[in-house]
Design a protein around this ligand. Structure first.
Ligand SMILES: *Cc1c(COP(=O)(O)O)cnc(C)c1O
Length: 425
């Protein structure tokens, strides 16, 4: 075999072998179901479609159009909205569509600050800044790990932004949209909710329902708590046709030409599975996060927002400054095959030395774990972070625990072999 081909295949095989004995706890990741994964290998991934179904610029889209119609219909049904666009190839690209549709260079947008958990696409040096948008950040209550409602209402009335943006990457609690409704009205702004992290929770009837609480548009990634392919989505319940047209034009020809048809088909399978299993899945994710947070707290780790129940989402935020900081702890955990990431906390001053670690329970839940396993995970975590056990020794116990949790749950195929085919070399 060609040496480069052999090398690359081998690295991927090794990656699979590694992840099959690890605890994947990155809050923005998930695993796709076997049936959705099959879509990623189909001829849809070799084709082009531009524009909207039945009005394409290319021939050959007969069945692609049928699939896209169905994906859109499923999304509208799950989110109970009038408009869904499944052509965004990622969450960031969906956000760029919002910048193109609703904001001009020089316009003011209010948003959560990066240090309070916002995503880079809403920052000055990310997509927002590159669109020329002027960012003003909300006051933040670090005890509650949420925006300060009164301060935010005041800010909106004062600044009168074109768009009020919400949503975070460290997203522990619902955004108080309902409480801000009057302020939105007085400011005359459009309300955009970036639900990248919590899309699956929203779809499963947990966390909050932004488009029915005052948001005009919702963007999201389809591979975080929604356990689908790496792709994006844009949703709105607006009855204003001009507004919807603006969003559509921003998607194409604004930020996508071809929209990764294999991923779109996989998203359709994911949504169909979510209709069946999504409510149970979302509920278990939140139960697991709360159980994990409580168990870590009991083992001497500082979990944020203790007074407020730690979390209402898939995510848990830890302050591990006492154990050497986020970078050290995340690196040690990786050697124990517990995969997490270091994270900036609101009071951190140095971005290269964050004191936090962010965890998510959505993928462990997807693998069938429940509250009892969260306590086991907390034990393994504390052995590395608190007790200083050699990570390699903990890794053996991680692998042992993972053995019983090797199939994808909350999907049509629970067949272990079908799963193994895709995951393990
Ligand atoms: C992950 C994330 C995104 C970006 O999504 P991609 O699909 O990775 O492009 C956007 N916004 C927030 C809040 C996120 O957490």
């Amino acid at each position: 075999m060609n040496e480069d081909v052999a090398f690359i295949s081998e690295q991927v095989d090794r990656h699979h072998a590694w992840f099959s004995k690890s605890l994947p706890m990155i809050a923005s990741e998930n695993i796709i179901s076997p049936m959705a994964r099959e879509m990623l290998l189909t001829d849809f991934g070799d084709r082009y479609a531009e524009g909207l179904p039945h009005e394409r610029y290319y021939q050959g889209n007969t069945f692609v159009d049928e699939v896209e119609d169905r994906v859109v219909a499923l999304a509208k049904k799950i989110f109970r909205v009038r408009h869904a666009d499944a052509r965004l190839i990622s969450g960031t690209v969906a956000n760029m569509a919002v910048y193109f549709a609703l904001l001009e260079p020089g316009d003011i947008m209010t948003s959560v600050a990066l240090s309070h958990g916002a995503h880079i696409s809403s920052a000055k040096f990310g997509a927002a800044g590159m669109r020329g948008v002027n960012n003003v950040n909300y006051p933040f209550d670090v005890e509650r790990m949420n925006i300060d409602v009164d301060g935010t209402a005041k800010l909106l009335r004062l600044v009168r932004p074109k768009v009020a943006a919400f949503g975070q990457s460290v997203f522990l609690f619902p955004t108080p949209l309902k409480e801000l409704r009057d302020a939105f009205q007085e400011a005359g702004c459009q309300v955009w909710y970036d639900g990248a992290h919590v899309l699956g929770l929203i779809a499963g009837g947990k966390f909050q329902d932004p488009l029915h609480e005052g948001a005009d548009v919702l963007t999201g990634s389809t591979h975080k708590t929604l356990p689908g392919p790496q792709h994006g989505i844009l949703l709105s319940d607006s009855q204003d046709e001009k507004f919807i047209k603006r969003l559509q034009r921003a998607v194409f020809p604004g930020v996508v030409s071809n929209h990764h048809l294999h991923a779109m088909a996989a998203l359709g399978i994911t949504l169909a599975e979510f209709l069946e299993f999504g409510r149970d899945y979302a509920a278990q994710i939140v139960r697991n996060s709360k159980a994990l947070a409580q168990a870590l707290h009991e083992r001497g780790i500082k979990v944020l927002a203790e007074k407020y129940g730690f979390t209402e989402s898939h995510a848990v935020a830890l302050d591990v400054a006492a154990f050497g900081g986020g970078a050290k702890v995340a690196a040690d955990l990786e050697r124990a095959n517990i995969i997490t990431n270091k994270n900036l906390l609101p009071w951190d001053t140095s971005p290269v030395k964050p004191s936090g670690v962010r965890l998510g329970t959505q993928e462990l839940t997807r693998l069938g774990m429940a509250e009892a396993q969260m306590r086991e995970v907390a034990d393994l975590f504390a052995r590395v972070a608190v007790k200083g056990d050699p990570p390699e020794r903990v890794a053996a116990d991680v692998a042992k625990m993972r053995k019983d949790f090797n199939t994808v749950h909350y999907c049509f195929s629970k067949d272990a072999e079908a799963h193994r085919r895709w995951r393990i070399a």
